[in-house]
Ligand binder design. Structure first.
Ligand SMILES: Nc1nc2c(ncn2[C@@H]2O[C@H](COP(=O)(O)OP(=O)(O)OP(=O)(O)O)[C@@H](O)[C@H]2O)c(=O)[nH]1
Ligand SMILES: [Mg+2]
Ligand SMILES: [Zn+2]
Length: 388
C-alpha cells in the first residue's frame, strides 16, 4: 500500500502486491484526499519510502492531526525541523502533505513537508511583517460573503489578491440570499460585473438551499476547497450542507439559547462522501496582504496594463502628469472604486515589504555584532593564555 505497513513499497508495487480490498481502501483514502502522481514521484525521488504519507487535517499550537491511509494520528514535528525553520512557512499547515513515522496507534512525528503547490497566507494579526499560513495545497477558495450585511467589494478584491498571489483559484459565494430581495441582489450583481472579471459567482441560501445544487456540482473529487470570509457568513453551514452531516458547529443553537455563538475556532479539513476536500476556517476580521506583487498584478490587470503607457516609469498613478491610469479613471474606463482600492492595497504591500526588509537588516546587523563580540571575547581569552 501507499503509506501503511512498512511504508517501503512504491505506488506501483503496491498495486501489484496488495489484495484488492486493502488496495482499494488505501487508495481511496489518499486519492480522495488529493494525493497524486507528482507527490508520489517526490516521495520516491527523495528517499521517503520508509515513511508514511498523510495530510494535515488540523493544527493547534504546533500539534497536528495527520490523516493517513490507516487512520488519524496526533503529530508533532521532528526537532530538526524546528531548529532549521527560518519562518512560519517552514512549519506544517492545514492541507500540507507530510512524511511521518508513527508510534503507537495514534502518535506520529512529522519529518518532512512535501512541496506545496499553493499556500494561502495573510499578514499575521497583531504582528506586522509576519505571515500566517491559512492553508496549503488548495485548488479553489470559496470567498463567502453574506448578501444581507457583509457584502463588500473592496474586501473581495483583497481576497482575490491573496488568491491570485497564492496560486489558488477564487470562487465568489454570496450567501444568505433568503435574507434580501431581488433589487439588492441585482445591485450586487452589477457591482460585481463592473469590478470583478472572470471569477465564478454562486448565489446561495443555506436556509432554502436555493442555488446550492450548482455549488455542489462544482466540487470535484480529489480537489481541495477552502472557505474564507468573515465570521457568521455561513461557511460552516455550507460545509455541513455539502457534507450532508453536522460536522462543524454553527451558531444556530446560540440564537435560540443566547448562550454564546459556536463560531469556528480551528481550521479543519474534511473529505466529502462524493470526493472533494473542504477546509473550514474561522471567520477573519483582517485580511492583510503580504508580498503580493503578483496577486495585485493579476487582480488589477486593467490598471497594470494601462500603467505601461504612463509617461514616467516609476509613476505612482496618484498625481503625475501623463499618467494613463488617472486618465482612464477620469474618463470612466477604470472604476474609481477599483482604482482607490488598488492604491490602498499597493501601499499596504509596499509597507509590508519595507517592514520585512528593515527587520532582516536589523537581524543581520545584530548577527554581525554578535559574531564580532564572540571574536573579540575569544581574542581576549587567547591573549590571556599567552596565545598570539
Ligand atoms: N438565513 C440564513 N441564515 C444562514 C445562512 N447560512 C448560515 N446562516 C446562519 O448564520 C449563522 C452563522 O453561520 P455559520 O455557518 O456558523 O457561519 P461561519 O461563517 O461558519 O462563522 P464563523 O465560524 O464564525 O466564521 C448560523 O446561525 C446559520 O444558521 C443562510 O444562507 N441564510
Ligand atoms: Mg464557522
Ligand atoms: Zn501612472
Amino acid at each position: 500500500m501507499l503509506t501503511s505497513g512498512t511504508g517501503t513499497e512504491s505506488r506501483k508495487t503496491v498495486t501489484i502486491c496488495r489484495g484488492p480490498s486493502l488496495k482499494k481502501y488505501n487508495y481511496m483514502i489518499l486519492d480522495d484526499l488529493g494525493y497524486n502522481d507528482k507527490l508520489e514521484k517526490f516521495r520516491v525521488d527523495n528517499n521517503l519510502l520508509g515513511f508514511k504519507i498523510g495530510r494535515v487535517i488540523t493544527e493547534h499550537k504546533e500539534r497536528y492531526i495527520v490523516k493517513t491511509a490507516d487512520g488519524d494520528y496526533e503529530a508533532e514535528i521532528v526537532g530538526n525541523m524546528r531548529f532549521s525553520a527560518k519562518g512560519r512557512e517552514d512549519f506544517p499547515a492545514v492541507g500540507d502533505w507530510v512524511a511521518v513515522t508513527t508510534y503507537d496507534s495514534d502518535f506520529a512525528i512529522i519529518h518532512k513537508i512535501l512541496p506545496r503547490f499553493s499556500v494561502i497566507k495573510r499578514q499575521a494579526v497583531g504582528q506586522f511583517g509576519e505571515v500566517q499560513i491559512i492553508a496549503a495545497n488548495i485548488d479553489y477558495a470559496f470567498l463567502v460573503q453574506a448578501v444581507d450585511r457583509d457584502f463588500n467589494i473592496n474586501r473581495l478584491e483583497r481576497y482575490l489578491t491573496i488568491c491570485n498571489s497564492s496560486g489558488v483559484k477564487p470562487v465568489i459565494v454570496l450567501s444568505k440570499t433568503d435574507l434580501t430581495d431581488e433589487m439588492r441582489l441585482n445591485e450586487i450583481s452589477d457591482s460585481l460585473k463592473a469590478r470583478i472579471k472572470n471569477v465564478p459567482v454562486f448565489a446561495i441560501s443555506n436556509e432554502t438551499l436555493n442555488g446550492f445544487e450548482s455549488i455542489r456540482r462544482f466540487i470535484e473529487k480529489g480537489k481541495t476547497y477552502c472557505m474564507l470570509g468573515s465570521s457568521g457568513v455561513g461557511k460552516s453551514t455550507l460545509l455541513n450542507n455539502l457534507s450532508g452531516k453536522t460536522i462543524m458547529r454553527t451558531d444556530t443553537i446560540s440564537q435560540s439559547t443566547n448562550k454564546g455563538r459556536h463560531i469556528t475556532t480551528n481550521r479543519e479539513l474534511i473529505i466529502l462522501d462524493g470526493g472533494g476536500v473542504l477546509i473550514d476556517n474561522p471567520g477573519m476580521k483582517e485580511v492583510g496582504i503580504t508580498d503580493s506583487t503578483n496577486g495585485l498584478e493579476l487582480t488589477f490587470e486593467a490598471i497594470i496594463s494601462l500603467s505601461g503607457n504612463c509617461r514616467f516609469k516609476d509613476c505612482t498613478h496618484t498625481k503625475e502628469a501623463g499618467c494613463c491610469v488617472i486618465e482612464a479613471v477620469e474618463n470612466g474606463e477604470i472604476d474609481r472604486g477599483t482604482y482607490d482600492n488598488y492604491l490602498r492595497l499597493e501601499r499596504e504591500k509596499e509597507y509590508y515589504i519595507s517592514t520585512v526588509a528593515e527587520r532582516r537588516k536589523r537581524d543581520m546587523e545584530f548577527g554581525k555584532m554578535l559574531k564580532n563580540y564572540k571574536k573579540d571575547a575569544k581574542k581576549n581569552t587567547d591573549q590571556g593564555k599567552g596565545v598570539i
